[in-house]
Design a protein around this ligand. Sequence first.
Ligand code: NAD
Length: 365
Amino acid sequence: MFSLLILPGDGIGPEVMTEVRRVISWFQDKRNLKIDIEEGLVGGASYDKHGVPLTEEILNKALGVDAVLLGAVGGPNYDNLSFDLKPERALLRLRKELDLFANIRPAQCFDALASFSSLKREIVSGLDIVIVRELTSGIYFGEPRGIHTDGSNERVGVNTQRYTESEIRRVAISAFELALKRNKKLCSMEKANVMESGVLWRDVVNEVHVDYQDVELSHMYADNGAMQLVRDPKQFDVIVTDNLFGDILSDCAAMLTGSLGMLPSASLGNKKNNGLPRAMYEPVHGSAPDISGQEKANPIACILSFSMALRYSFSDAQNANLLEKSIEKVLAKGYRTPDLMMGDQGHLCSTSEMTDKILEELDAG
Ligand code: NAD
């Protein structure tokens, strides 16, 4: 029996999570999936009830379960709170306390949505790549940092790119492991031509490669990587890169595929005693206050996040494939939430109608 903590959060978070729970129930009833589910408050919803965006109780639960599935946090009601009380702090704290150092962002282009990409259909159709971004170190955390005034009375802004060998090694291992489960190709991106941290990054990735000889490893400077991602993204399988480059490259790759409502993500940490990695799954999108409460939210990003949990936490590729295929079929039949509509092409669906269609496809097998 696996354990899953569901944290719906704010705005459209609870709306899309209701749909995920319907999908999970289907797997429990029809495929005998054994998951023990708990649910809790996070973000603004937790602040409203408890005065903090993340309680110690929920944090302890998150530390104890096999996987966390989070909807989205934030909203205009909380904009004026102090930094420590803002809903987004809950996310940062969860990532830090669970030590989720590998952020996994798939960029998969469903055929039916290829015309949504800003690139030509033939460049993105069939695209299926994954970016592994180091999430807990690098320039966003390195010291020294800050703004100070130098000797000539000029203000100076400082951030420090800093990586230890072990930080690079563990994210490289995650990326090689992922590549092994896919098409066995890994491209590591850094700027070893101008940054010492990049030289070390490349060295350590090469060292880890010794244990993963079945994976074909290549290296690319991150600026060239950005160009190649928009020139010919299908040349990649898995990309591993640092926190800063990963932030930019994963957003760039996301847009190859179309709507924010389609993008799942996973953040993984070290393996626990039971051999499973600590893990949190969440859609890439936020709480979308502009459409909240209107049955307009696309639930697919959150449903695909659950599919990633099946694959990476519950080692259940079979059910993950079944779910992803069902979504593909629904899209191929033209069902669209408003974010996926192009003119009047397609059958417009509400949030729950989209799930109805996915469940119908699951039923049809
Ligand atoms: P957003 O992702 O919430 O929305 C951006 C745009 O995409 C909006 O027009 C929205 O309607 C649309 N959109 C997003 N998800 C969609 C979905 N599933 N279906 C259809 N359309 C969708 O980003 P934002 O507007 O910049 O931020 C809103 C709030 O969410 C802020 O408080 C922000 O801090 C928070 N946020 C949270 C997370 C998170 O919880 N991981 C991530 C990003 C932003």
